[in-house]
Every structure is written in C-alpha cells, then in structure tokens.
Design a protein around this ligand. Structure first.
Ligand SMILES: Cc1ncc(C[n+]2csc(CCOP(=O)(O)OP(=O)(O)O)c2C)c(N)n1
Ligand SMILES: [Mg+2]
Length: 330
C-alpha cells in the first residue's frame, strides 16, 4: 500500500480536511471583505489571499492549545487556526464594539486575542518579532514545553527589530520559530529590490540558526518545516527561520492599485499555483475531497460567512468614551 504525503507526515484524513476548510474559510472571509469594502460598508481590507497555505500549514504544526503566535496583518489563516471565528474577524472589519482585537478601535489586521494566545501586534511592521522572542525567553525561564511562532513579510525582514530579535533568540537558543511569508512584494517594491541576498532564509546564518526556504503554496511542506522547527525548539536546540514563498494575489490593500507596478499576466500566472486550487486537487487525488464533501464544505463556509457578515453589520459600535480604554491606567 502506498503512503500518501500527509500520512507520511503523521496527518490523518480528518486533519488535512480541517486544514483545507480553514484555508477556504480564510479565503472566503477575505473575498467577502473586498465586496463589503467596494460597497462602502467597511473601510479597509488587507488580504491573506495567496498565503493561506503557509499560514494554516504552520499553525497546524503547532500545539494550538498551548503555543503562542505573534501574527502579522495578513494572517487570517493563523488566527482562524488558533480559534478566532469568522464573526470575530467580521466584527473587526466593521469596527464594532465586540471586535475581540481592539473593540473596533484599530484597523483590521491588527490581531490580538488573549484567550487564544494571539499576541497583540502594532502598526510598525516587525515589532512582533521581539515580542515573540520575549515569549520564548519566558517559556525557557519557566521550563515550559511551548514555542512561539512569529510571522512577517519579506520586506519587513529589513527592519531592525527582525535582526535584533533573531540575534537574541540565536544567542540564547530560544524556542521561537520565525516564518517570513515571502509574497514577492512589499507594497509596490518587488523582491529583487528588497534584498541583496538570494533568499530571506540566508539571513539565518548570521544568527546561528537553521534557515530554510519552503514552497508557501504547499501546506504540507510548510507543516513539515514548522513541525521539525518545533521539535528542535522543544528539545532545547533553539530557533529556526523559515521562509515560505508564495505570491500576493490581491493589491497590497483596498487602498492600493497594483496595476501601477505589476503586470496582470504575472498575477494570472501566480493564480495557477493558488493553494486553494492545488491543495483541493491533492485532496481529490487521495479521495478525501469528493464532489459531495466539497459541496458540503462550500455550503458550510458560505453559511458561516453570511452569518458573520449579518451579525457584524448589525452589531453596535463602541461608545465614544471607549476610545481611551486601556490607553491610560484606570
Ligand atoms: C516600520 C514601518 N515602516 C513602514 C510601514 C508601512 N508599511 C506597511 S506594510 C508595508 C509593506 C511590508 O511588506 P512586506 O513585509 O513584504 O509584507 P506584505 O505586505 O507584502 O505582506 C509597509 C512599508 C509600517 N507599517 N511600519
Ligand atoms: Mg511582501
């Protein structure tokens, strides 16, 4: 009997189907948000589209009951895998009082949810790296078998916080996994104009940790890399830098027009490698995703997204006096 790729990684059929559902949910929420934005109902969207495989593959390789994540703004797949709901994300999109991230006071994409161990992020890119390194330092000091995962864009790996964080983690052999989601652009700047080194993962060498580049469109490849990094971290062998290469399928945000700086042919070409399509093909090949199951999943996700949209649209806004909540000591 031949062993399938996911079975070889120790993943059950249910687990890979759950991965696919999480990826698809992220995609469908994101697509709905663009429609709501263009209809004038929500102010801003910053997409996960094209990066779902890396986000979900990495998250599923962690202990989602105990590990910590410090996500960046595109990580809808990470936060959904860590327990945030479609409703939570829509509440954030509509900037409503019940938004778990910030009570509707921050822009979407500024994730943070204590009960699911999702660290609050800041708007300056890469500030989450030293935060995640801090969690890993605490885990080491308290002798806890947990890791932190921090993600960021490749352009952001030029920021000082990345280098300071990775150096500290390398020196102290901390259980932190840094995953750079290389989507080939930093707003309008293509990858060739961002880095002098060939790969983002080359940077690991300077900080005494392994650096690996994986296909970010392949959730199983990312799962494998993060799983191995987690094992190393738990065994006291220190941090790992992982570069997951994919492509940003949308404009930078709902306020950007990417036709100004890249050809639509390039985007169309990248869509052929879209993980939502390629992972579905894999699941069909191994007879997990039948036509019937696919129909069922699409229906379920549609219902979830519709319910979340209606709920968030009708939810109350925050009270004006909430603006200063958690800003000053009370
Ligand atoms: C310190 C800092 N500089 C600049 C910005 C503005 N900014 C927001 S996103 C972004 C591009 C980041 O690109 P990348 O890291 O590749 O992430 P991507 O958006 O491609 O996922 C920039 C320059 C910022 N938020 N913080
Ligand atoms: Mg980028």
């Amino acid at each position: 009997m031949t062993v399938n790729r996911h079975e070889a990684l120790g993943l059950t059929d249910e687990q890979v189907l759950d991965m696919f559902k999480t990826m698809l949910l992220a995609r469908k929420i994101d697509e709905r948000m663009w429609l709501l934005n263009r209809a004038g109902k929500i102010p801003f969207v910053i997409s996960c589209q094209g990066q779902e495989a890396a986000q979900v593959g990495a998250s599923f390789a962690l202990d989602r009951e105990h590990d910590y994540v410090a996500p960046y703004y595109r990580d809808m797949g990470v936060v959904l895998a860590f327990g945030m709901t479609a409703k939570d994300l829509m509440l954030s999109g509509f900037a409503k009082k019940e938004d778990p991230n910030s009570g509707g006071r921050q822009m979407p994409g500024h994730f943070g949810q204590k009960k699911n161990r999702i660290l609050t992020g800041s708007s300056p890119v890469t500030t989450q790296v030293p935060h995640a390194v801090g969690v890993a330092l605490a885990a080491k000091m308290e002798k806890k078998d947990i890791v932190s995962l921090v993600t960021l864009g490749e352009g952001s790996s030029n920021q000082g916080d990345f280098h300071e964080g990775l150096n500290f983690a390398g020196v102290h052999k901390l259980p932190v996994i840094t995953m750079v989601e290389n989507n080939k652009y930093a707003i309008s700047v293509p990858i060739e104009r961002q880095l002098a080194s060939e790969k983002v993962s080359d940077r690991a060498q300077g900080y005494g940790m392994p650096g690996i580049t994986v296909d970010g469109n392949d959730p199983l490849a990312v799962y494998e890399a993060v799983k191995e990094a987690r094992n190393r971290a738990i065994n006291g062998e220190g941090p790992t830098l992982i570069e997951a290469v994919s492509y940003r399928l949308t404009a930078h945000s709902s306020d950007d027009d990417d036709r100004q700086y890249r050809e639509s042919e390039e985007v169309e070409e990248a869509k052929k490698k879209d993980s939502i399509i390629t992972f579905a093909s894999y699941l069909k090949e191994v007879d997990i995703l039948t036509e019937e199951v696919e129909k069922e999943i699409n229906g379920e996700i549609s219902d979830l997204v519709n319910e979340a949209t209606d709920y968030a649209e009708n939810a109350p806004y925050a009270d004006p006096e909430d603006a200063l909540k958690f800003v000053y000591e009370e």
